[in-house]
Design a protein around this ligand. Structure first.
Ligand SMILES: C[S@@+](CC[C@H](N)C(=O)[O-])C[C@H]1O[C@@H](n2cnc3c(N)ncnc32)[C@H](O)[C@@H]1O
Length: 307
């Protein structure tokens, strides 16, 4: 989407476009702050320049795409409910600027917390901060980048079944300067990591967890534009989580960390499945997001059940 040629517009032209875009956003129930976020991304304007409208006096502003294309995409935002992150081709996540396209789920702010939970879970045993970590269902690669950043001596193994998603994830690793510590694999969950069975310090996953019948009821920004492969977790939403609970003990070392994001309302079922599986310690941790909703589960593989 991003054109490398400079697309010059005058500050006045852009100011007029912004005013019209904000008016249209308000009329169609889209947050008007998205207009300024988009202008920061595609026009390189900063928040102060937008707030003071000082850019209006600029002789020429270089856009990443022609103004007509921006207008066309903005109309798609309003009419087709295309997420603004897909228009900009990028979204902030932790300290990273993550490239996104409709081949990948837009990484959500709440998912950032998985990285802090991985660090917290590894504090009890510093050895867990080294060795191999897996990001299963990597999508844009956001979690893999986060893990590579906090576990500086670990190797991160990022898996996805979508080759289009992996292309984006690889680009994000290169852009973030972390590509030398992240390996990418196409395949299903642990399958490509067979050779490292029993050696992983931890695994992190934000798997698809929406019940199939609920997917069509999600807001149009999600159901019409984000990949259903990233959303649909089967009849009860727990198909992927169930699989990850069953198979992960064979890949994690004794005491290895099992950490996932889940949907509101799934915590009790996930805790029960972990306890019944027989390969995890009894202290399953459930953590809430900033809204107080239980969204994350942490478990550890039993020391005496090493396969
Ligand atoms: C909810 S998205 C999470 C993406 C990213 N990790 C994030 O947190 O933003 C789930 C990801 O799992 C991938 N996926 C779905 N089924 C899979 C499977 N069987 N094996 C590996 N990845 C799978 C999807 O392609 C998608 O990228």
């Amino acid at each position: 989407m991003v054109d490398k040629q400079p697309n010059l517009v005058s500050g006045l032209q852009l100011w007029q476009w912004r005013n019209a875009a904000i008016k249209a956003a308000i009329a169609t129930d889209v947050s008007s702050s998205e207009v300024d976020w988009l202008l920061q991304e595609v026009a390189g304007l900063d928040r102060l320049a937008l707030r003071l409208e000082s850019f209006k006096d600029s002789y020429a502003i270089a856009l990443k795409l022609p103004l007509e294309d921006l207008e066309h995409l903005w109309q798609r935002r309003l009419n087709d409910r295309l997420p603004v992150q897909y228009i900009a081709g990028v979204t902030p996540w932790r300290q990273f600027q993550i490239a996104v396209s409709n081949a990948v789920l837009i990484p959500r702010p709440e998912t950032e917390y998985l990285i802090d939970l991985a660090v917290a879970a590894s504090l009890a045993n510093p050895l867990l901060q080294q060795g191999h970590w897996a990001d299963l269902g990597t999508g844009s690669g956001a979690i893999a980048l986060g893990l590579a950043d906090v576990f500086r001596t670990a190797t991160i193994h990022a898996v996805d079944c979508s080759s289009d998603a992996l292309a984006i994830a690889r680009a994000n690793a290169l852009n973030s300067g972390l590509a030398d510590r992240i390996r990418f694999y196409q395949g299903s969950w642990w399958e490509p990591l067979e050779l490292l069975k029993g050696q992983f310090s931890g695994m992190v996953s934000n798997p698809p967890y929406i019940p199939t019948s609920t997917v069509s009821t999600l807001q149009p920004e999600v159901v019409d534009h984000e990949p259903h492969l990233a959303l649909d977790g089967g009849a009860d939403g727990l198909d992927c989580i169930r699989h990850l609970i069953d198979i992960s003990p064979a890949y994690l070392r004794p005491g290895g960390v099992w950490l996932i994001e889940m949907m509101a309302g799934q915590a009790d079922a996930v805790r029960e499945m972990l306890l019944n599986q027989g390969s995890y310690c009894n202290e399953v941790e459930i953590h809430a997001d900033l809204a107080g909703i239980e969204r994350f589960a942490v478990a550890r593989v039993l020391l005496n059940r090493y396969k």
